[in-house]
Design a protein around this ligand. Structure first.
Ligand code: HEC
Length: 159
């Protein structure tokens, strides 16, 4: 090895470091994205952030809850949601095929934080450009709304 080769080799890492295509700003953004992904537990990523922190068991369809959920839905949700088409917010036809019951409940009970902080909420906010306002429903009422959604899946309506 002659001296020229040695100098070139020792400069190589410096050169490639200098040529890195990422700007410091991009690097900072990437770091903060990584931080955001690890900010949540696996449960929270899948089921949302809010008062529901454990899996729930749906069990047999409870018709009393269905009726209660339907009444709340008609009075507090139809201003922005329909079952079969996008409105102010997303449609609900297949929501329980796309989301877990826990996710739906956490969204209903904690919509502001879900839209601003949760990766799935942020995606929806980018699409719908409105933060869903909290509709003043209790955890039990949110559970009834889930029961109502169980009767409105695409499977059942297409039969
Ligand atoms: C003022 C309009 C508005 C009202 C009223 C409203 N929502 Fe929403 N909802 C939205 C918007 C907009 C989104 C999309 C997410 C976002 O941007 O915050 C959304 C998202 C959701 C989601 C998440 C959907 C998904 O695909 O994951 C659920 C669940 C939901 N709403 C349930 C309800 C329920 C139940 C009610 C009634 C108690 C209700 N919303 C009332 C506007 C509304």
């Amino acid at each position: 090895m002659n001296i020229k080769t040695i100098i070139t080799l020792s400069l190589l890492p410096l050169l490639t470091w200098g040529c890195s295509s990422e700007s410091p700003q991009q690097q900072a953004e990437r770091n903060s994205n990584q931080a955001q992904e690890t900010e949540f537990t696996e449960f929270e990523l899948e089921h949302g952030i809010g008062p529901v922190t454990e899996r729930i068991t749906l069990g047999e369809l409870d018709l009393e809850k269905v009726a209660k959920g339907q009444a709340i839905f008609n009075s507090k949700c139809t201003a922005c949601h329909e079952f079969d088409r996008r409105f102010v917010g997303p449609p609900y036809m297949d929501i329980l095929e796309r989301r877990s019951p826990e996710f739906v409940m956490n969204f209903i009970l904690n919509p502001g934080e879900m839209a601003r902080r949760h990766p799935e909420g942020q995606k929806m906010l980018a699409e719908f450009l409105t933060v869903m306002p909290f509709q003043n429903v209790t955890k039990e009422e949110a559970r009834s709304i889930v029961e109502y959604f169980r009767t409105r899946t695409s499977d059942q309506t297409s039969q």
